[in-house]
Design a protein around this ligand. Structure first.
Ligand SMILES: Nc1ncnc2c1ncn2[C@@H]1O[C@H](COP(=O)(O)OP(=O)(O)O)[C@@H](O)[C@H]1O
Ligand SMILES: [Mg+2]
Length: 404
């Protein structure tokens, strides 16, 4: 006997309950009728039911809650044929809500027989989004706490790469201090990352939808804005973010992500794998990255923090690690910085950026790029050179002769 948790709309619910009750074969019985998704999740997580028979248009349904349900039960989707085209979120077993009870029973049996569906479903969902042509290069600009210059570096690297002829997309994935819209002087601050995650969760993040979330802010430079107010961090979840990185990579070109400093798992929540994590954006970005650019300030506090976090960085991602030591200037020389790092950290490449407060202050007050507000500044020149180097563009994209 299959125990069914039912979450269906009005008349379908009444009919299915009735038809299952009079089913002679006693193949399945409804053990719980749920009014909404929240109740369904609670019932299933309490261990009730073998299969959830679920209206796929129930409010709030997306990949996350579906993955949660699939951890504890099989799921059969009920599709409303009157509602036009509907996503079924990659569910393997879906029947029309108005189907004869024999058809629904067959789907219930098939779903309970099909073994480790959760794993298969997650795998299929990620296969479906990963496609074949992941041509893009994801460069994640991270740095330890204390504002070492992550945003300054991320914005200007992406802009310089775009000015150098590469299609570039900047992503504000800092869930503590999103700031790219403001730094770039974009007035309409739509929470792009939240919208992209939501679309992925609902299985609607196709090329066109993604493009509509990426306004052109400079020729060749697009922006996926951040979460707007930091309080919205819970709306960007790990599994959705993974899908967003894949979708961005499929578009091709260079993707530069500005992420927050904290790379810890939210430990007190980790007993609950479905709970949102504040650091999910940084963690998933580093895990998906082709290269991480670690930005530290040229001072002992910042460098000590970097050395402390370095192991965590390696644990998370296997891509290249490029180190940028920012704000180098008297009385500290580049040689002193190199000496300090020698033997402690061996990045794929090491780059020094000069301290240039006037150029930075002018750019930030103008809501402009260094290339616009301080084109001749030493900092802008150094960032331009870095932007056109293999660290940012990758060995295959970088010009053979950097055009200085
Ligand atoms: N090379 C530099 N020289 C002088 N000031 C800098 C430099 N890089 C960044 N800054 C300034 O430091 C502050 C923090 O930079 P920001 O890029 O916002 O850091 P983060 O994103 O790491 O918090 C900003 O006021 C910025 O203008
Ligand atoms: Mg920042």
């Amino acid at each position: 006997m299959i125990d069914v948790v039912l979450c269906a709309s009005g008349s379908d619910e009444v009919r299915i309950v009735h038809d299952l009750a009079v089913d002679r074969g006693r193949t399945a019985r409804v053990v719980r009728r749920c009014a909404d998704l929240a109740e369904t999740l609670a019932v299933v997580s309490a261990g009730i039911g073998d299969v959830v028979l679920l209206d796929v248009s129930v409010r709030g349904l997306g990949r996350e809650p579906l993955a949660t349900l699939l951890r504890d039960a099989a799921v059969v989707g009920l599709r409303d044929e009157r509602a036009g085209e509907q996503t079924t979120l990659g569910l393997r077993h879906v029947v029309p809500a108005s189907a004869p009870i024999e058809e629904i029973l067959a789907a219930l049996v098939a779903a309970t027989d099909s073994g480790d569906e959760a794993t298969d479903w997650v795998q299929e969902a990620s296969d479906a989004t990963s496609g074949t042509g992941s041509d893009g290069r994801l460069v994640v600009v991270w740095g330890p706490g204390g504002a070492p210059g992550r945003t300054t570096v991320a914005v200007n690297l992406a802009a310089e790469a775009a000015a150098g002829g590469r299609e570039a997309t900047l992503v504000d994935a800092d869930t503590y201090g999103p700031s790219l819209s403001q730094v770039l002087g974009v007035l309409d601050e739509a929470p792009g990352l939240v919208a992209a995650c939501r679309a992925h969760d609902r299985d609607t993040l196709d090329e066109e939808t993604l493009d509509s979330l990426l306004p052109l802010v400079q020729p060749g430079l697009r922006l996926l804005s951040g979460i707007g107010v930091p309080a919205r961090w819970a709306e960007v979840r790990s599994s959705s973010l993974d899908g967003v990185w894949q979708a961005l990579a499929r578009r091709g070109g260079l993707v530069v992500a500005d992420v927050g400093a904290v790379l810890e798992e939210d430990e007190e929540l980790s007993y609950d794998t479905a709970a949102p994590q504040r650091n999910a954006a940084a963690l998933s970005a580093v895990a998906a990255a082709d290269a991480v650019i670690a930005v530290t300030s040229a001072d002992p506090v910042s460098i000590t923090r970097l050395l402390r976090d370095h192991a965590r960085l390696e644990e998370l991602g296997e891509g290249e690690l490029h180190l940028v030591v920012n704000r180098v200037g008297p009385p500290i020389s580049g040689d002193q910085v190199r000496e300090l790092l020698r033997g402690r950290l061996e990045p794929t490449s090491l780059h020094l950026l000069p301290d240039d407060p006037v150029a930075c202050r002018t750019a930030i007050w103008d809501g402009a790029l260094l290339a616009e507000s301080a084109p001749r500044s030493p900092l802008r020149r150094a960032l331009r050179e870095l932007a056109l180097s293999p660290a940012v563009l990758g060995a295959s994209l970088a010009p053979v002769e950097p055009d200085r």
